[in-house]
Design a protein around this ligand. Sequence first.
Ligand code: FCB
Length: 465
Amino acid sequence: MTPTKFSITAGVPLLNALPKDFIWGAATSALQIEGATGLDGRGRSIWDTFSKRRGKIRAGDHPEQACEHYHRYSQDIRLMRRLNLQAYRLSIAWPRIFPRGRGRINHAGLDYYKRLTDELLNAGIRPFVTLFHWDMPQALYDSHRGFLHRDMAAIFADYVETVVRGLGDRVKDWITLNEPFEHAALGHLTGDHAPGRRSLSGYFTVMHHQLLGHGLALQRIRALAPDARVGITLSQTPIHPASGRQRDQWAAGFANQLINRITLDPLLKGKYPEQVQRRMRWFWPKVTAADLNCIHQPLDFLGINHYSCEFASYRWYIPFLRCWINGAAVAEQEAEIDGRRYTAMGWEVKPEGMAEVLRMLRQEYANPEVIITENGAAFEDQLIDGRVSDPKRIDYLRSYIAEVNRARADGSNVTGYFVWSLMDNFEWAAGYQKRFGLIHVDYPSQRRTIKDSGYWYARLIAEHK
Ligand code: FCB
């Protein structure tokens, strides 16, 4: 089916501030697309275990098959070319490299990523490789409780060294961690993600040990591959007060420290946010000055994942935290309420949030080089007669990209943008029902269909060249 002609720039100076070498890409992660979880010596990950627990994943979905990308990557790279992608952000499954988390290397796993990255390079697509996108080897959870144990920072760095030794001749852009906040908070505080724990001290401990692991890994990569560019990817979700009440304003400020600045401050300023550290002292892990030095090292770029904004209100009865985030929560479905639009995740469409994040980084964090490593939206897409018409996703992407362009005009050093996601995939606890892709995946037949938004994005990239 021929796609309709979309006007990308007509009427909107969408890309005029972005330089010609701006990087346009799309992102995925290993667990969400690969499938083949039991193949070629891959060990189990905490997500394989978690998805077997009753009621944890919507509709009992699991990642065993996912998009079968492990087998279909050549076809998927051909689709990336049709989207005109210049870069592709993927992640390495740690349990494919070390089935037991450490010790014996599984060469079949490394070889798979060699083939994949070779084929990307042959297609003229630059691989951006994330080293930890939440799929911790189960063996390390059994032995160390994952990042709850301080030794995990060094174990992570050893794993990273193995990957960089194996792929460093091909891959020049590395991302140590994806969203340490989500792995710490959803995995260890709310219990919604693997490994499903609920503890406040667990949250802070896992956060600190991940960041320490980032610092150690960064040193290893620098030593092994001086020509590589290394960054870390953080989610940034601006939190606004739910009302004009002073207490809600306090709650929003505190929540921003708890969620956003808890990663930015140690990485870019060498210290944890003071208020959080003070109020949470009973739950705080051991943090030495040497730890902070290790975490606070120059980055080549800061990866930012941004989707939406949230609200905070003061709640005296919530122990210690005292704030409730997203008080006016919307069910996980598309909605329009009082002129506010929500995606299928229930996340508000609010492109000003992108501007706010980039402005904050410019004004309060010395304007680092930023790459938007994820931005996108899930909508209730339908495949009809071989076509997915998804104008809401096009609107979403257009409005957020316009803010990236505007921020660049205002002086932000933003150098790249990746859509989440290349294709529909296993959306963690939400399973396969939530579709974020530029490419539709029909899971039973594994047929791929480029959505209208995919054609739109391809044109946008072509027009910008
Ligand atoms: C981010 C994750 C990514 C994906 C999107 C929707 O938090 O990094 O894997 O699930 O959200």
